[in-house]
Design a protein around this ligand. Structure first.
Ligand SMILES: *Cc1c(COP(=O)(O)O)cnc(C)c1O
Length: 423
């Protein structure tokens, strides 16, 4: 008998490409099928097949407070009662912008959009406009949404050439996108020597979380900051994941680096579709209607999304980030010991409320070392954990997300399930 999830997936595939609205959800890279979710509360989700899971995906990051937080829900309901969209300014837009500006040291003004993709794309346009230059440097394994310019895959070692990472992206769209390995300043210096005068921006995830979790080595971010400043290029921090997660002040506060532009999303929408880009006022003032750089959105600053984001950030102001980080640290130590006793090599990278278990004996500091992880072993791990009621990302190159709603019992369940993994 097929389960309800299996039946829904069969039907979905008739109407939706691959049966899903975002590729990784199909679970194909771990050789599994998706489970359809009926509801979520706190750190738990329930499937349409009436099974419960402890959720370590959390909608890929937005739900730092867990699912269906009562105060966030209350704010959304109240906003819906007032009307879902006006195409005219509403008070919560101002309030949320103010809260973001007050929280993030590098953000003096902010513009709301509807996704992280849109925010990154718009930030690049702004950087190009402000500098009058076209080239952008990004790092292997960093993800900045699916706008054409960021979908450059690594070429075959060709020094400054990028090839499109997907059909449908013209070579011209990524011709100005330069790619270099994460965490290595030397090749970045070489790029500046060769292209410094043409480089509009360097965009980076200050903690990379889309090749699995990879922390910046000491001096990497400072080095980027210095190089950009010396060459008149803008430094763009993509804090779509790290913003309000690795600390209330984001990565820029935690590492004390002052980016020119910041890309946001995920947590600032409290689970509703939101993105934002912000930065120094001298740059942000270039955006229409104050300046000439066009960027618009029918649903931008949407009242429901603003209410959810605002309620979330206000609650986060009173949350114990350090306490959660300490719990996650202890939990990751315990996991290392468990894997050791199982005789399985792992490198567990962690920061704040995120971690990634890489099945490799190497230290993971960039995309190349991340790719040494055993993907087949991860696929078995995913299925084992899901069978045991633990929902982790259906891809070896993602970060596990923890929320303030996760209890020690949730960690114990996770650890217990790992102990019964046979490899
Ligand atoms: C999720 C993510 C994006 C894209 O955001 P969407 O809302 O999915 O478009 C961009 N950058 C980073 C670092 C992300 O994690």
């Amino acid at each position: 008998m097929p389960s309800r999830s299996q039946k829904l997936f069969q039907e979905a595939k008739k109407y939706i490409p691959g049966g899903v609205n975002s590729p990784v959800r199909a679970c194909s890279s771990v050789g599994a099928e998706p489970i359809f979710i009926a509801s979520g509360r706190g750190a738990r989700i329930s499937s349409v097949d009436d099974r419960d899971y402890v959720d370590f995906v959390l909608s890929w990051g937005p739900l730092l407070l867990g699912h269906a937080h009562p105060k966030v829900n209350e704010a959304i309901h109240a906003a819906a009662e007032r009307g879902s969209s006006f195409g005219a300014p509403c008070p919560d837009e101002v309030e949320l912008a103010k809260v973001i500006v007050e929280a993030l040291p590098g953000v003096e003004m902010v513009r709301m959009v509807n996704s992280g993709t849109e925010a990154a794309m718009s930030a690049l346009r702004l950087a190009r406009a402000c500098t009058g230059r076209n080239k952008v440097l990004k790092f292997d394994g960093c993800y900045h949404g699916h706008a054409d310019a960021f979908l450059a895959g690594a070429g075959s070692g060709v020094a400054t050439l990028s090839i499109p990472g997907t059909p449908g992206v013209p070579a011209a769209a990524v011709a100005d996108t330069l790619l270099r390995p994460y965490n290595d300043l030397q090749p970045v210096k070489a790029i500046f020597t060769d292209h410094g005068a043409d480089l509009a921006a360097v965009i980076v995830e200050p903690v990379a979380a889309n090749m699995g979790l990879v922390l910046p080595l000491p001096d990497f971010l400072e080095g980027l900051r210095d190089l950009c400043r010396a060459n008149g290029s803008l430094l763009i921090f993509d804090e779509v994941i790290t913003g309000f997660r690795i600390g209330y002040q984001g990565a820029q506060g935690r590492f004390n680096i002052d980016p020119d532009l910041t890309v946001l999303g995920k947590i600032i929408g409290g689970g509703l579709p939101v993105g934002a880009y912000g930065g120094k006022a001298e740059y942000m003032r270039q955006i229409a209607p104050q300046g000439q750089v066009y960027q618009a959105g029918t649903l931008s600053g949407n009242p429901l999304a603003m209410a959810a984001g605002l309620a979330t950030l206000k609650i986060l102001q009173g949350c114990d980030y350090a306490g959660l980080e300490k719990r996650v640290e202890n939990f990751c130590r315990e996991l290392e010991l468990i894997f050791q006793s199982l005789g399985i090599d792992v490198c567990i990278n962690r920061v704040a409320s995120m971690f990634t278990i890489f099945f490799t004996s190497q230290r993971v500091t960039d995309f190349a070392s991340a790719k040494t992880a055993d993907a087949a072993l991860y696929a078995r791990f995913f299925k084992h954990m899901r069978d045991q009621g633990l929902f982790i990302a259906p891809s070896a190159f993602e970060a596990a997300m923890i929320s303030f709603a996760h209890t020690d019992d949730d960690f114990i369940s996770f650890a217990r399930a790992v102990k019964s993994f046979t490899g």
